[in-house]
Design a binder for this molecule. Structure first.
Ligand code: ATP
Ligand code: MG
Length: 838
């Protein structure tokens, strides 16, 4: 994964509309539509060139905020306006949210009278596309079409069972690490056998065994995991000419946004569908691919998950004669923000430089503030957001200047490297009455009550889904004990039978207790009631998805169970569970309203001359809709939860922020060990690769900001109950000071916080002690107030052993600094430290 070329990307600025495709006979139906000249308005020359260069392979390689996503959207609308059937256009994005927005924008651009022309367009994520293709071509991939997609939590419980069944210990083979090794293998298209063949040491041989058992268990449950979606689709497209042909017949135009973050399997999938090109796409096809990929190598941030930056860097080699277009100008950010991003990313050595520039002048300097600790940081950020929200002269970092317009909460965001950093900021937002939303798309579907309801629905859609069935067979309680469930699981595995069938069989077992038997009978009656014993859910039957979800939630007894629980506990959290179940029904209703079978990737290309949409306007089968719904809730991503209509500040990880933009952005935790992450620092000696990815992540964060950017570091940060003295991120020191206002506010906080900090200052013996901001009264306060361990006393810590107390910070969240014999100085929060007096 090295960059072979040097210098800057060459830009091709074309003659614009002259390159528009000539209308072929196939597009003749559109002759009454205006040619899409108006779709080219508001675009720069290079952007226009990228839109109209629709035929053949195209690589749009451009910097952050230069309009790459805008170009893809316009290109789709342009193609449709030129008479290309929407049906034959495939656009792949990274999140469902991005896909939805792109679809909406295309519809808006096309306007009312053209909206039907946009039907059948496939704009989706790789995973969602693969799920649909695998249902359609299940046999080719060795699956049954009603397979379930297992999420991370299902994967973990299945993998744990396999590890234990092999008599291995999960401390030697932690589930997370084993799953990560399996995931890496799958991304490289290595199945369990191929993985075993190249496993030479004991540890990888054992992982190979788990991989094999895990695959068997997945197939037994008629389930796939996220990586399988990509692996099995890539293999089916590569090895099965019919599958490949069906896709190539349907999609004549393939586009991929954020191409720099594709992994090997995704590369194969896109290029095999597009056809032609290098060794991957060339399989059995001679057509010239209308394949347009868009990306920015400086924003490649998923290397740790198998993304291969080489896919974009080597695109020109795979597709000889491909057109390379760069877009140049940035339309998103102010000059100071761009200067900061540009100077930062120049520190990456393994890159080709692209200029980051805007024609707009002015803009506020970027702010960077050193805070005392995470609470101070959160207060400072909240204060900054509040000032932006109110507007006026007080928003100016340097003071003075014309009054700034108020900024809506929805136009602001707080980014962090890891989710753990969000809690303190959340508290501060709540305290200040700022509406906020945490972008965690999976959060709703991970709730216990929602998982239970989905468990029932998954059994309805796939009677072999053992993980779901074991979860809900006795929830609410039906008198079926754990040992009965284990028996049923073992029986299903032995007989190679779907688990629901095993429950039916087990009812006949004379050894089963009466209670368990009755419970099993009740359970089967329930499921049969929803499926008509299998026939009701037949392919041809239609019905309301929301009604089905509502019936399942009520008839299963789940809703009643939570109603009773709430009545007994009088607890708000339990009340919330009932609301969440109702919300699930609403989400199914919303899905039903928006469900468009015409966009279903599983549909084949229409017969020549047929109206491709005629067939599809009729009501979709309920089973197909249920599967699509379950798929959509399983494949939800964090960024999908960003919803500007909620009118709240978005809190999200830097990874999830990719592709988005906000008027004001605050990036917290700009410290060594956070950003760059500790993992990159520890592997730094081994090479620059991970450190450069961290720098790109920081670059992605900076380039999300349109007008205002604040970065904060805390001098002290509590991680897992232990306070660490931190070092500001190296990335801050790499940024250009002339475009920034950098302030050390950690002292000022001592003033604000009063006695909380001053005792420590008094103890520290460092220069801060003499700061005029620390009130004299406070500085002389006895350091040992409220603290059971005076300075100089000996203490024992369960992990670090024996040490001597060197300083004490009393008050709320009291902490002590202890010099341990073995591990040196540590600052500990008394509440968590479990210290004992010696
Ligand atoms: P990223 O690298 O972050 O994915 P991008 O290259 O995809 O960014 P877009 O999101 O398409 O960039 O565009 C960035 C911003 O610039 C958007 O607000 C977009 O509407 C605006 N923009 C793009 N092109 C133009 C233009 N020609 N005129 C005015 N605004 C533009
Ligand atoms: Mg983009």
């Amino acid at each position: 994964m090295t960059q072979k070329r040097t210098g800057t990307w060459h830009t091709e600025v074309s003659s614009g509309a002259g390159e528009a495709p000539t209308r072929s006979d196939a597009h003749a139906g559109a002759s009454d539509r205006p040619v899409g000249q108006d779709l080219l308005e508001g675009l720069t020359d290079p952007q226009r060139s990228a839109v109209v260069h629709t035929e053949g392979p195209v690589l749009i390689l451009a910097a952050a905020g230069s309009g790459k996503t805008r170009v893809i959207t316009r290109r789709i609308a342009y193609l449709i306006s030129m008479g290309v059937p929407a049906w034959s256009i495939l656009a792949l994005t990274f999140t469902n949210k991005a896909a939805g927005e792109m679809r909406e924008r295309v519809a808006t651009i096309l306007g009312g009278h053209e909206s039907r022309a946009g039907r059948g367009l496939t704009v989706t994520t790789f995973h969602a596309l693969c799920a649909r293709l695998l249902r359609k071509h299940a046999a080719s991939a060795g699956l049954k079409e009603d397979f379930t997609i297992y999420d991370t939590s299902d994967q973990s419980s299945l993998c744990k069972k396999v590890i234990e069944s092999l008599q291995l210990s999960t401390s030697n083979f932690p589930v997370r690490s084993v799953l990560s090794a399996i995931s890496t293998a799958k991304n490289q298209l290595l199945d369990a056998e191929a993985f075993a063949a190249q496993a030479h040491d004991f540890s990888s041989k054992m992982v190979a065994k788990v991989y094999s058992g895990y695959t068997k268990a997945l197939r037994g449950a008629n389930a796939v995991d996220f990586d399988d979606l990509l692996l099995l689709t890539a293999r089916a497209l590569r090895d099965d000419a019919q599958v490949r042909q069906a896709c190539q017949d349907r999609w004549q135009y393939t586009m991929v946004d954020e191409y720099q973050d594709t992994n090997h399997a995704q590369f194969l999938i896109a290029s095999l569908i597009a056809g032609g090109g290098g060794q991957a796409g060339g399989a059995g096809v001679s057509r010239v691919p209308n394949f347009c990929v868009v990306g920015d190598p400086d924003q490649s941030i998923y290397g740790w998950r198998g993304a291969d930056i080489a896919n974009i860097l080597e695109f020109e080699e795979h597709y000889a004669g491909c057109r390379v277009i760069t877009l140049g100008e940035n339309f998103r950010s102010t000059a100071p923000i761009l200067a900061v991003a540009d100077t930062l990313i120049r520190n990456n050595k393994l890159r080709k430089h692209k200029d980051l520039f805007t024609k707009r002048s002015g803009g506020e300097p970027v702010e960077a503030a050193l805070c005392r600790d995470e609470r101070h940081e959160a207060e400072l950020v909240v204060d900054w957001l509040k000032r932006l929200h109110v507007g006026g002269p007080n928003t100016k970092p340097a003071g003075g200047g014309p009054a700034a317009e108020p900024v809506a909460w929805k136009d602001m965001a707080i980014f962090y490297r890891t989710n753990a950093l969000s809690r303190v900021v959340e508290d501060a937002c709540r305290g200040a009455g700022i509406p906020y939303t945490i972008a965690r798309g999976t959060a709703f579907f991970e709730r216990e009550e929602v998982r239970n309801a989905l468990g029932y629905l998954r059994v309805v859609a796939n009677p072999a889904d053992g993980v779901s069935l074991s979860r809900i067979i006795n929830t609410p309680t039906r008198g079926i004990g754990d040992s009965t469930v284990e028996k049923i699981e073992a029986f299903a595995e032995r007989e190679g039978m779907p688990m629901l069938e095993a429950v039916r069989e087990c009812v006949r077992d004379p050894e089963l207790s009466g209670r368990s038997r009755n419970g099993c009978i009740k359970f089967i009656e329930l499921v049969d009631g929803w499926t008509g014993g299998g026939t009701f859910m037949g392919e041809a039957i239609s019905g309301s998805l929301a009604d089905l979800v509502d019936r399942v939630v009520r008839e299963s007894g789940l809703r009643d169970m939570y109603v009773k629980q709430a009545a007994t506990s009088k607890n708000e959290a339990d009340e919330q569970r009932i609301d969440n179940l109702d919300e699930l029904v609403s989400s199914a209703r919303q899905f039903e309203l928006e469900y468009d079978p015409a966009s279903d990737a599983a549909n084949e290309a229409p017969e020549a001359g047929a109206d491709p949409l005629g067939e599809l306007v009729k009501t979709p089968p309920l089973l197909a809709m249920l599967r699509a719904y379950l798929e959509s809730v399983t494949l939800v991503a964090d960024a999908d939860a960003v919803d500007p209509s909620q009118g709240s500040v978005t809190l999200m990880t830097l990874h999830a922020a990719k592709g988005l933009e906000f008027h004001g952005v605050a990036m917290i935790g700009m410290e060594e060990g956070m950003l760059p992450h500790m993992r990159a620092i520890s592997s730094y000696q081994g090479g620059e690769r991970e450190m450069e990815e961290e720098r790109r992540l920081c670059f992605v964060g900076v380039t999300r900001a349109m007008r205002r950017l604040l970065m904060t570091a805390a001098k002290y940060r509590t991680v897992r109950g232990m306070i660490d003295r931190t070092i500001p991120s190296r990335f801050l020191s790499e940024m250009p000071k002339e475009h920034m206002i950098i302030s050390d506010q950690s002292d000022a906080y001592a003033d604000l916080a009063g006695s909380e900090w001053d005792a420590e200052e008094a103890n520290d013996g460092n220069a801060e002690q003499t700061s005029p901001k620390v009130p004299a009264r406070a500085a002389t306060r006895p350091a040992t107030m409220n603290v059971p361990f005076p300075v100089g006393s000996s203490v024992r810590h369960p992990q670090f052993g024996v040490g001597v107390v060197r300083s004490v910070t009393p008050g709320v969240g009291a902490r002590v600094e202890v010099e341990f014999k073995g591990v040196g100085r540590k600052t500990l929060v008394l509440e968590y430290a479990r210290l004992t007096k010696m």
